[in-house]
Ligand binder design. Structure first.
Ligand SMILES: Cc1cc2nc3c(=O)[nH]c(=O)nc-3n(C[C@H](O)[C@H](O)[C@H](O)COP(=O)(O)O)c2cc1C
Length: 217
């Protein structure tokens, strides 16, 4: 049976307003950077939870919302995640990763040392659900859906004034074990959330121009 419908709430803007809004949002998003120097200063967790609520509003295949966000503030859990992540990363950086991948990472200056995982006030570990809590509860386009939700989350956290990093230790199975998540979930990424240190530096990278990524037809 189709669901009953409700009126869609739409704010109509003029062309000038749309351009101004899009420009403002673009500028704000362009100031987001992946941060690897975090302060241990506490952050307002109510705002982080609101950002997770924003992520939860993302579109998903058949509206299954195949995601779980684990907000980790417990010092011992953060320390366990750091230790396990550094073990994985050690193997990755000392030969486990293809040479080409390591060469692509070199300009970013990343390495196996991840002190921020234990030091930040909060980690959001995002899990993707292969299926629902019962195996016959199908989920669709899981990676696409969770990726979109993480995009919402990074934008909302940045908008709220927090620094983030998208961290993907490879492999990530240890996260399910440490955080005691069920068998239908697999870790998607770890997002440290906090304030940058006062002297935080980021790599001076360039982004492709609009003309390089946009095809008009
Ligand atoms: C899917 C994904 C995985 C990433 N994994 C890592 C990671 O494991 N460690 C890390 O330091 N940065 C990681 N990054 C951050 C990228 O290096 C960063 O987004 C990229 O260099 C562009 O920099 P910017 O985020 O400041 O624009 C990841 C980013 C994405 C989107």
């Amino acid at each position: 049976m189709p669901l009953p419908t409700i009126r869609y709430q739409h704010t109509r803007r003029t062309a000038a307003e749309s351009l101004a809004e899009a420009t403002g949002f673009c500028e704000r998003m362009r100031s987001r950077r992946s941060v690897r120097n975090f302060s241990s200063e506490p952050i307002p967790l109510a705002a982080v939870e609101k950002a997770i609520e924003a992520a939860n509003s993302a579109p998903s295949g058949a509206n299954k919302q195949p995601w779980t966000f684990v907000l980790v503030t417990d010092e011992d859990l953060k320390r366990q995640i750091r230790v396990a992540a550094e073990q994985e990363e050690e193997a990755f950086y000392s030969g486990g990763a293809p040479t080409r991948w390591l060469a692509d990472l070199e300009p970013l200056g990343t390495n196996a040392h991840k002190p921020y995982l234990a030091l930040v006030p909060a980690l959001i570990v995002v899990f993707a659900q292969k299926h629902g809590s019962q195996e016959n509860e199908r989920h669709y386009y899981v990676a696409e859906s969770v990726g979109i939700a993480v995009g919402f989350l990074l934008a909302a956290l940045h908008h709220a004034g927090f620094a983030t990093l998208t961290h993907t230790p490879s492999p990530m199975d240890f996260l399910r074990r440490i955080l005691r998540r069920p068998e239908n979930e697999r870790a998607f990424c770890v997002i440290p959330v906090g304030y940058p240190t006062a002297d935080c530096q980021v790599p001076d990278i360039a982004k492709k121009t609009l003309e390089e990524v946009l095809v008009r037809m």
